[in-house]
Design a protein around this ligand. Sequence first.
Ligand SMILES: [Zn+2]
Length: 266
Amino acid sequence: MIKAVDTHCHLQMMPFDGDREQVIERSLESLAWMVVIGDGIVGSADTLKLLRPRIYGTVGFHPYHAAEYDDDAESRLEEFAGTPGIVAVGETGLDYHNEFAPRTRQRACFERQLALAARLRLPAVIHSRDADDDTFAILRDHVPRLKGCILHCFGGSVDFAEKCLELGCFISFAGNVTFPKAELLHEAARRVPPDRLLAETDSPYLAPQPVRGKRCEPQYVLHTLQYLASLKSVNADTLIRQITENACAAYNLPPVSLLSAPDECP
Ligand SMILES: [Zn+2]
């Protein structure tokens, strides 16, 4: 049976400092692979240290850190991106809910990273919170030049999802889609076609409903996958197989079915 994957987690972050290797071991027992997502210079450098078979990574600047993005930061990211196992640029985007950097700085940082992703021929991982219109305006200009685009921890409107699907983006849902009151997210997840749907944990954040409030770990993606299957009224194994295939396509990784043993995953 094809195993699930976690397309977005932050195992480099502090909440895992006490037991990171145990968490990794547990996660890799349940999952085929996972992607650790960089969120700034330190977070991206720490991501590089975790790369190994079945753990891929990304390098990028979260909008929270947009004010620190400059030429020097960009050349560091470019250098990091040459490390084998780095599969995307991100997460990058706009966060108007937590406006930790001015909006103009966020937009500039976002556009520069999308241009970097295009130059490096890598997909981009996008964070968008309370910024659908501006995120879409920027994506519309850049996505045609990208090797792929993933809207992570989707939290926007159905209309935003549909416009991003038209651009060719994948849409990824995190544990918050399992929350009973998240009706708009449920509707968005129902509308995303099966071949464009992804699931993630965004660990250590947003643990799904059965483990809500706990530190999130990558293997909890299985709760989110089960929930997505029930939302879409499809068989869970079928959905897991499809989402794992989508994840390989989104990150330009070989299909899991072609790997003779998960440990041999490049
Ligand atoms: Zn994230």
